[in-house]
Design a protein around this ligand. Structure first.
Ligand SMILES: Cc1ncc(COP(=O)(O)O)c(C=O)c1O
Length: 160
């Protein structure tokens, strides 16, 4: 599958005040933030542009436009399910962003669940977890991460 990305805005906003770090508005700057707030895929932008004139409430209206948008929404849910190989009793839940999704997951965990993270995680993946969760030091290598995680999980299993 080839994914074409919509080129990000050609220039980042020009800072109103001088930018002390000198990172805004630098010609030729490359946007490397593809972990979460990634540039929009061309196919997604095209699909949004195509549906936008027909935009109406999803699952909250009986009119033709609402029905059309609801159908598109549910088709998108099915496309995601197919893409990730979801099983028939799995559910695809759309969230606003990564932070929203992780918080939703954190609140759905059974009481007493321990979550293991690394200290280098984005705040979105540090703050929501239950009290008593384990935060491991930032690993020095991928192999170090695997070792450290295996040790922590082993310790948790012994204590259980
Ligand atoms: C690695 C990483 N995780 C999580 C987030 C949070 O994502 P969102 O802005 O979608 O809530 C970001 C945001 O840039 C991120 O870079």
């Amino acid at each position: 599958m080839t994914l074409t990305l919509v080129p990000p805005a050609p220039v980042l906003p020009t800072p109103v005040r001088p930018d002390p770090l000198g990172v805004l508005g630098v010609p030729g700057e490359i946007n490397l933030d593809h972990a979460a707030s990634a540039p929009c895929a061309r196919a997604a932008a095209d699909a949004v542009a195509e549906l936008l004139p027909w935009y109406a409430s999803v699952h909250r209206g009986a009119g033709a436009l609402s029905r059309r948008c609801t159908l598109a929404y549910e088709r998108a849910r099915q496309a995601v399910a197919d893409f990730v190989g979801a099983r028939p009793d799995d559910h695809v839940i759309f969230t606003r962003n990564t932070t929203d999704a992780v918080n939703l997951l954190a609140r759905a965990l059974p009481a007493g669940t321990t979550v293991v993270t690394f200290g280098g995680e984005h705040h979105a993946n540090l703050l929501p977890w239950p009290r008593g969760s384990v935060r491991l030091p930032v690993p020095d290598s991928p192999a170090g991460a695997v070792r450290s995680l295996a040790a922590a999980l082993g310790e948790l299993a012994r204590d259980a």
